[in-house]
Design a protein around this ligand. Structure first.
Ligand SMILES: [Zn+2]
Length: 256
């Protein structure tokens, strides 16, 4: 598959909110970038409710700029689908808009939120992206953009803190060793200054960066390295079955 000259080296991280991609998969995106892939980051919302001091309009503008800055560090672009925090719904509008985005970018790899996570926004995102990947090739799902094939490889990131909402641990089946990428991951997450400052005020320490590092360290320990990110691959009917992350990143990927 990798030797196929027609393979589009394009990866899309499509999450609910600005900073989700940085927390969950920035290290892996950086490795893909180094392997010659183009990186795109998109979110369903501008993070319009992630504040206790700004108006909806202000925080949306601030957070979109922060997300774009983070994506730029990987020479990537950032798109916001302009839905609202807490109101990410599985419906015709979100599915069509997401299908349009995927058809425009034509990614070979899509990374999204865990199907089980602490927040419904993340779970809805996961379901919408699952459907939009599948429908990216459906001729009779009519949006402006032309359909394309094959269905992208779909990976789910870890949920927040690696557990579902009942506290049950979610074990990754694919670990990516991001020890060398922890610096860029930290830098990308640091672009989300509004969130970092908010948590700093609340915790009296740099909890935003520290909690990201703690979790990457926990995953790292599970594969005997310093830092790692965890994923599960969508292997349902109709989706590619080979593990393309392993094929691209080789020794840096541990499959469990
Ligand atoms: Zn989120």
């Amino acid at each position: 598959m990798i030797t196929d000259g027609t393979l589009r080296k394009s990866a899309l991280a499509l999450f609910a909110h600005p900073d989700d991609a940085e927390i969950m998969c920035a290290g892996t995106l950086s490795l893909l970038r180094k392997a010659g892939w183009s990186v795109h980051i998109a979110t369903f919302t501008p993070g319009d409710k992630g504040t206790s001091e700004y108006t909806t309009k202000e925080i949306s503008r601030i957070r979109k700029a922060e997300a774009a800055k983070a994506a730029e560090l990987l020479d990537g672009d950032y798109v916001c689908l302009e839905f609202e925090d807490v109101y990410i719904l599985y419906n015709r509008e979100t599915i069509n808009k997401t299908t349009s985005l995927i058809r425009r970018i034509r990614p070979t790899i899509v990374i999204t939120a865990s199907p089980a996570d602490y927040m419904i926004d993340h779970e809805m995102t996961s379901m919408i992206v699952q459907t939009a990947c599948f429908s990216s090739g459906m001729k009779n799902l009519e949006v402006m953009e032309e359909p394309f094939e094959p269905v992208p490889y779909l990976y789910y990131s870890d949920p927040m803190e690696g557990k579902d909402k009942l506290g049950k641990p979610i074990k990754p089946s694919v670990y990516v060793n991001i020890t060398e990428e922890i610096g860029i991951k930290e830098e990308m997450l640091g672009c989300h200054k509004s969130q970092r400052d908010w948590l700093k005020l609340h915790h009296k320490m740099d909890e935003y960066i520290l909690s990201m590092k703690r979790f990457a360290e926990k995953r790292g320990k599970e594969i005997n390295t310093k830092y790692a990110e965890g994923f599960r691959q969508h292997l349902g009917h109709g989706y590619p079955q080979n593990n393309i992350l392993k094929e691209i990143l080789d020794d840096l990927v541990v499959v469990r």
